[in-house]
Design a protein. Sequence first.
Length: 188
Amino acid sequence: MLDVALVFLVKSVNAYLASRTGSSLGEVQPSRIVDDAGKWAIPEDRLGAAIISVEEERVFKSHLPEATLVNGRHVVVEPELKLNLHVLFAANFRQYDQALRYVSYVLMYFQAHPVFTQRESPGLDERIGKLTLELQSLTYEQLNQVWAFIGGKQLPSVIYKVRMVALQDQEPAIGVPVTRIDAEVHGR
């Protein structure tokens, strides 16, 4: 589901970029930011989008599994795992002003479209339901830590927190339903 959410966001931004620029220059690609050798994995004159962190959404966490009867069998489905993703959009352009322009396009797009639902965005996978994007403002220290963690020199970039991608195992636990309770009553 992580891949589905990221690909949806990339396609959405790419449609916006094509309408704004009229070209495929600057197109966003889901990509690692740097390769194993520390070189940019984002092609030149492109934007890259990468999930740099995944965190559990604890505020809306469901704790209890759901139990139902399906065809006379007791089916238990564990609660969804609700996640927030931190997505980095980084611009690898030869010209610095071009990199800034394309990062600005990403900012403008998500400013105008901070929420994606099935109703407004038919391309959104029905299993996701809703994505909300929130711009992350990092301190210099945090920004330094992000780029050190990635293993590359800083590129013009922006990070968004994407709320909530839900994961759920589609294989429920199936058991035999309880149909009788035997209770012994002890008299005194």
